[in-house]
Design a protein around this ligand. Structure first.
Ligand code: FES
Length: 146
């Protein structure tokens, strides 16, 4: 472990950043932080913390405020209900919207290249980041090149 200045330290190829106090999650259970060019969503789930990419791979929208099911370890993107496992990032169910909405988007996609790409996009997992609590602070670990 390299020098710990209470803001960051390195451990092998992991750069650990102190992002917030544990108590700051009492009022806001989900928060977004920019760490080394990564926009990271940290969610308090029970008494544990989970860190994942903030923007959903489907349409690049922020997942801040999305519902969490702690029994199934899933986060449901608030936009089109894709569910991801917040432990390994895998997709549980990709774009879970009512059939009429799917049909409507398919029609609209005929006129929009961007929408077409979204409709045809394969299920894509989210990135999960390391996280730990040290002395009442929440630390996120980012892999860096040696
Ligand atoms: S933006 Fe998340 S499911 Fe569409």
């Amino acid at each position: 472990m390299a020098e710990n200045n209470n803001k960051e330290f390195t451990e092998g190829n992991i750069l650990w950043k102190n992002v917030a106090t544990v108590s700051s999650f009492d009022k806001k259970e989900q928060q977004v932080f920019n760490v080394n060019k990564n926009e990271i969503l940290i969610a308090k789930v029970g008494d544990k913390f989970k860190a994942m990419q903030s923007r959903c791979p489907h349409a690049g929208l922020s997942m801040l405020g999305s519902q969490i099911n702690s029994e199934k370890d899933l986060i449901f993107c608030k936009w089109h209900n894709t569910s991801f496992c917040y432990k390994d990032g895998k997709v549980d169910k990709w774009v879970d919207v009512p059939p009429y909405q799917k049909k409507l988007v398919k029609v609209l996609a005929l006129f929009s290249k961007k929408l077409k790409q979204m409709v045809e996009m394969p299920a894509t997992p989210i990135e999960i980041f390391k996280i730990q609590v040290i002395e009442k602070n929440v630390w996120v670990g980012i892999e860096v090149a040696n």
